[in-house]
Design a protein around this ligand. Structure first.
Ligand code: MOS
Length: 747
């Protein structure tokens, strides 16, 4: 653990570090003032991006470049008996074809082969000329059908496989202690990532070294996996990603089309570009797996949880799906817990991590269950959560959290939404359109990755260059790097030259798991602290005062309390005499703590009982992500997470044709995504207290947290409005109407 810097972190920060970690009461936000940190700093690359000048992978063009296209299986299960490229290769302008399949096909869209041609149209034409002989096999694409005994086996062996289990205490004991026990089942559908920028790769071999421009969240993983696949040293591969139009988890590993581009480039000796279509993104590049989660649990009259038993069947196609039990195991104090999770294989493309994998589905179930339990107990749902608040992980049986600002999130959120306005009895309102309020809790990781490296180069002419391999997924990485360095060195963000997104630069983890800011931020902070120490040593001689009395601001180093005794930043860097590199590293975690982010969403909805339409009116999102590095980009991250989550909660559902085994929602008309008119007023709030133990900036990640609780908050608000709990995502009008009709029928 690196020592904290008083100048930057302020005295309050040190008080917090000394205080009991995991204290229930959130401390006041750290004292500033900071020029840049935590302020609303516009993105340093904002103009470039909005004017269309930022080069995305599909924008790149190289001399002599060829187009590659992938031939995909039209069958959900088959053997490739024969593959004939001769007609395709006889077409002038078609330069190469490669086989991608091992022979056994398990989903529609599985890559079979790839071609390279001098233009896109020719490549398309070549695909049509590839002759494939398939032996078609039986398949199953629905999770329910795949669970049946006589269903076709996707792999050799049962379609249902144990994924995860966990036990704490003994649920029988918990049952005996409970005054109220309920059991509910929640289902979530398959959601597709659909990043604005579709997948794309360009590969080029030169002098024996392979360079790949790839739309990826993980340049270093792509490099290393590509090295293993092609059986060449990783040092012979360079992967580059400069600007990115989102990934949401779909771009975390090596893809077949990237391998195809590399193989075709090798064979032709030319750069080969493969850009996937929106359609390919929709049906064969992964998705958020479906879940069917049953929770049985009980509580005492006062709301104290006595046990929770969760069973999940997750459908991730030919992949393992998501483990969804972590929120249930972790967030609330509960002595007796049993979890059983199963994967159900189907003949559909493998699921992939999708913005807060497992936590999105698990939170929808857990937080919906708590809402229904609160109603049974006749308790305020927020009070039920406060009652079971825990200070240690694993439901108060594990390690203390380094910092947990959840109670403060509850306080901020409840006040901002006007929690007192909720229906005391769910569904008590009258009329065609009913209003309701609901809330839900969030937990996530996002502590960052120790060992992340960052270099800061300082030039004798005063230039400052920040170099790190990290790729900006589109969230504003460049801006906080510039901000952290500027704050530490007394410069402005625009003074920093940024070089990122290249495996030839120092190592950084993938941009996933909300880990980029708490990995890269602290690494640059470390480098900048080392740099400022060196520069202060130089200034000390010039100012004739000890280095610890020197302050840094506005391109000046000056004596504390004697600001006239000053020397400019450039006068000091001149003394370096050569370009000097300061190496920064994200430090290790202190032992004995759990590191998590927390949050709570509060939603207000209107439910039209005639049409079944759910309209979200307002969302208040309160998050504890440690120190907020940039309030502007942090707020956009929250607004984006809620927008995406609202969209998945109300509209998004990948549908399959069960007789053909094909995806039928392959465009953005059939697969509806929320548009501006669907969006509510969104109010992002932050606890904004630096985590005293997590890293030298006190920052936790914010990529995934705002995506996690929104679905449950909306469902719980619908329950509060109409007294009927929507237990299926998406909460489409037909599903809400059928709930309503069921109730009317019972009257
Ligand atoms: Mo995220 S699912 O780690 O991009």
């Amino acid at each position: 653990m690196k020592p904290l810097n008083l100048e930057l972190d302020g005295p309050k920060y040190l008080e917090q570090a000394a205080s009991q970690p995991g204290k229930a009461e959130a401390p006041a936000p750290v004292a500033g003032p900071f020029r840049y940190l935590g302020q609303k700093i516009p993105r340093v690359d904002g103009r470039l991006i909005v004017t269309g000048k930022a080069p995305y992978t599909h924008d790149l063009h190289f001399e002599g470049m060829l187009w590659g296209k992938i031939l995909r299986s039209p069958h959900a299960a088959a053997e490739v008996v024969n593959l004939d490229f001769s007609s395709a290769l006889s077409l002038p302008g078609v330069l190469a074809a490669v086989k991608l399949t091992s022979g056994r096909i398990r989903y529609v869209g599985e890559p079979v082969a790839a071609v390279a041609a001098i233009n896109e149209a020719l490549a398309e034409e070549a695909l049509k000329r590839i002759k494939v002989e398939y032996k078609v096999l039986p398949f199953v694409v629905s999770v329910e059908k795949a669970m049946e005994k006589e269903a076709p086996q996707v792999f050799d062996g049962p379609n249902i496989q144990k994924l995860f289990e966990y036990t704490r205490g003994n649920i029988k004991e918990g049952e005996a202690q409970a005054d109220v026990i309920i059991e509910r089942t929640y289902r979530t559908s398959i959601e597709v990532h659909h990043p604005a920028e579709t997948h794309a790769s360009i590969a080029h071999w030169k002098d024996g070294r392979l360079t790949v421009w790839d739309s990826t969240q993980a340049i270093f993983s792509v490099r290393d996996q590509l090295a293993r696949t092609l059986q060449i040293p990783a040092s012979q591969i360079r992967v580059i990603k400069k600007y990115m139009g989102g990934g949401f988890g779909s771009k975390l590993g090596l893809n077949d089309h990237t391998v195809a581009a590399a193989l075709l480039a090798k064979e032709t000796g030319k750069p080969v570009k493969i850009v996937l279509t929106r359609r390919e993104n929709a049906y064969c590049m992964g998705n958020r797996p479906s879940t069917m989660i049953t929770i049985r649990g009980g509580a005492k009259k006062d709301g104290t949880l006595t046990f929770l038993h969760m069973k999940n069947y997750t459908g991730g196609g030919i992949g393992r799906g998501d483990r969804c039990s972590e929120p249930l195991i972790d967030i609330y104090r509960c002595p007796h817990v049993l979890v059983e999770e199963y994967s159900v294989f189907t003949n559909t493309c493998a699921s992939r991590p999708t913005r807060a994998p497992g936590h999105v589905q698990g939170t929808f179930a857990l937080e919906g269950f708590l809402e229904e339990l609160a109603a049974e107990l006749n308790l305020d749902p927020l009070e039920l959560r406060r009652k079971n608040h825990s200070e240690k992980n694993l439901g108060d049986t594990g390690l203390p959290y380094s910092f947990k600002g959840l109670l403060e999130c509850y306080r901020l959120g409840a006040e901002a939404i006007g929690w007192v306005r909720r229906n005391q009895v769910p569904g008590q309102g009258k009329g065609k359109v009913r209003r309701g309020l609901g809330m839900a809790t969030q937990i996530w990781w996002g502590a960052g990755t120790p060992g992340t490296l960052a270099d800061l180069k300082i030039y004798p002419d005063g230039g400052v260059e920040a170099i790190c391999g990290t790729q900006d997924i589109g969230t504003g990485t460049r801006t906080y790097i510039a901000t952290v360095i500027a704050e530490t060195l007394g410069l402005e963000p625009k003074d920093i030259t940024l070089r990122i997104g290249d495996t030839d630069f120092p190592w950084a983890p993938s941009s996933g798991g909300s880990q980029t800011a708490p990995s890269v931020g602290p690494a640059f902070r470390d480098a900048a602290l080392k740099a400022v120490d060196r520069l202060k040593a130089i200034a000390s001689k010039k100012l004739n005062c000890p280095p610890e009395n020197i302050e840094v601001q506005q391109r000046k180093f000056y004596e504390k309390n004697k600001p006239d005794n000053a020397v400019s930043f450039n006068e000091i860097t001149r003394e370096l005499r050569r370009v000097t590199v300061f190496h920064g590293e994200r430090s290790d975690f202190p032992a004995g703590y759990a590191f998590n982010s927390f949050g709570a969403h509060f939603a207000e909805v209107e439910v039209d009982t005639e049409t079944g339409r759910v309209k979200v009116i307002k969302v208040v999102a309160a998050h504890d992500v440690g120190r907020v590095l940039n309030r502007l980009t942090a707020e956009s991250q929250v607004i984006g997470g809620i927008t995406q989550g609202l969209s998945a909660s109300l509209f998004e559902e990948r549908l399959m044709d069960e007789t053909e085994g094909k995806c039928i929602t392959t465009n953005l008309h059939d697969y509806k995504i929320a548009t501006l008119s669907d969006l509510p007023e969104i109010i992002p709030l932050f606890v904004d207290s630096p985590d005293p133990l997590i890293n030298n900036l006190g920052v936790k990640g914010l990529g995934e947290p705002p995506r996690i609780p929104i679905a449950a908050a909306i469902a719980n608000a619908v329950f509060n409005a109409i007294g009927l709990h929507p237990r299926v995502i998406p909460m489409t009008p037909p599903r809400i109407l059928s709930l309503w009709k069921e109730k009317e029928g019972k009257k």
